[in-house]
Design a protein around this ligand. Structure first.
Ligand SMILES: [Zn+2]
Length: 478
């Protein structure tokens, strides 16, 4: 039984939020009205765990604009932002958190019986659900969903793909011979055929289950009981042969359960290799300036931080800024340095990056890709030189260094920061740079797209000794 919610919108509140959204920044034409249209007329499911990248491609709008409008919409309260942990084996949304604070990158999927470690670049998805204050949708009350909707639209990610473009869930349907809600004390029986491989018997609401091997025995028990208890699923079935079975689920827990049988072939991981349609990853979120501007208070509580497998870090500094302050005075120097921060912020933002922090006159930025970081560096150098054409003096001289690699994201001094050797090396590579120079580590230079980003700009290869690093490293100077 599925209750149908009437589409009811809190008009004054929606108007208020849309006004705040309009005012928050300059949007592309119809950006806000497109979102308003979705909130007013979208089906419930289209307002649940919205993937901004999908929103962008379906409406032909730039991805960055889509990401930003959902971030701003979350900041004015129109949408709630969620951090989802996705299982790479079966696309389950294993956990969903309302804030980064609660996110723990270690998680267990009971369907795959696997311990997973998510990093910001892979299985951490950020999505947006309309606020229940503005419009209530069925997904705010998963207990009102039909068992089929719970299974297909709530438990599993809608972004799951298999063998390229096929929808993972649609591929899985024939492998789920039984699913049903069971109220406390309720019992239901499945009679039907099962195939060789695994039979996952699970309670999807409470994320518990166990897997049985099917096959490898001449004939196994054709009947059995599956008992759902708080925190576990128990069964008296050991070896099962393929063929007809009668299995009875009994809910002995005080909560409703969603009993499901998932019958997968033994080679399901190679037969149905899971991938995901592009979604807003934690990495991309951290490389979006609007996230840092709007959600400064977000902190990572986990002491070991969150891993990121590949991030490009750029450092800048100004040459001789002490002398500059001395020469033109604090006030003028500060105004110039401020203009330089504005230029750098704009360029970083335009190239899929974000300012992590400023340290005195230096800037630390992070980027999605090395080629964009290199393009940004070249543009920064050009833009700072342009800025100075106006004054006719060389007061601001920038020095840039870029490196990439794995890092961990932590909260330091109440803000998100990167930590680890990649950051140390990036900072030391920057230290090598002299006036107007851009230093790239070998790891950056060899990345796809970097050489074409450099174009016909002359590049010198060099070797350098970096503090704290044993061997000399190869660097490239543009
Ligand atoms: Zn799984």
């Amino acid at each position: 039984m599925q209750a149908v919610l009437q589409t009811k919108i809190d008009e004054p509140l929606l108007e208020d939020m849309l006004t705040n959204l309009e005012k928050a920044k300059t949007w592309g034409p119809r950006a806000v009205s497109r979102l308003e249209n979705l909130v007013r007329t979208g089906e419930d499911v289209s307002l649940f765990r919205v993937n901004p990248l999908k929103y962008a491609s379906e409406r032909g709008v730039p991805e960055q604009e889509a990401v930003e409008i959902f971030l701003y919409a979350a900041s004015v309260g129109l949408f709630d932002m969620e951090w989802n942990l996705l299982c790479p084996g079966c696309t389950s949304v294993v956990e969903s958190f309302a804030s980064l604070n609660n996110l723990d990158s270690h998680f267990h999927c009971h369907i795959c019986n696997a311990d997973n470690e998510a990093s910001l670049d892979d299985y951490i998805q950020i999505s947006f659900t309309v606020s229940p204050l503005v419009r209530e949708i069925a997904f705010h009350h998963p207990e009102l969903l039909s068992d089929a909707d719970y299974l297909m639209k709530y438990h599993f990610s809608r972004e799951g793909r298999v063998n390229g473009d096929a929808n993972w869930l649609e591929t899985m349907v024939p492998h789920v011979p039984f699913f049903s809600y069971l109220e406390p004390g309720e019992r239901k029986t499945f009679s039907g055929k099962i195939h060789d491989g695994f039979l996952v018997v699970s309670d999807l609401i409470n994320h518990t289950g166990t897997a049985l091997v099917v096959g490898g025995v001449e004939s196994g028990p054709a009947t059995g009981a599956i008992i759902i208890k708080p925190g576990l699923v128990r069964t008296d079935v050991a070896g099962l042969a393929s063929g007809s079975v009668t299995l009875t689920f009994q809910n002995d827990s005080p909560r409703r359960s969603l009993a499901a049988l998932i019958n997968l072939p033994a080679d399901y991981k190679t037969a149905y290799p899971v991938s995901f349609a592009p979604f807003l990853s934690g990495k991309r979120l951290l490389n979006t300036q609007a996230f840092h501007d709007l959600f400064r208070h977000e902190v990572i509580k986990s002491v070991e931080g969150l891993g990121i497998k590949d991030v490009t870090i750029l450092f800048t500094d100004l040459k001789g800024s002490t002398a500059l302050y001395e020469r033109i005075g604090d006030l003028k120097a500060f105004s110039l340095v401020r203009q330089h921060f504005d230029v750098l912020g704009r360029v970083i933002n335009e190239h899929g990056g974000a300012i992590v922090k400023t340290i005195g006159d230096a800037v630390m930025g992070s980027f999605m890709s090395s080629s964009e970081a290199v393009k940004a560096a070249l543009e920064m150098r050009r833009a700072i030189q342009d800025l100075e054409q106006k004054t006719g003096r060389r007061d601001l001289i920038i020095k840039i260094g870029i490196h990439r690699g794995a890092s961990i994201v932590v909260t330091l001094n109440d803000r998100l920061d990167y930590f680890g050797q990649t950051v140390n090396v990036a900072s030391r590579v920057q230290n090598l740079a002299n006036a107007d120079e851009i230093y790239l580590s070998e790891e950056v230079y060899n990345q796809e797209g970097v050489r074409s980003a450099l174009g016909d700009i002359p590049v010198r290869e060099d070797k350098a000794k970096l503090k704290g690093i044993m061997d000399e490293v190869r660097v490239y100077v543009a």
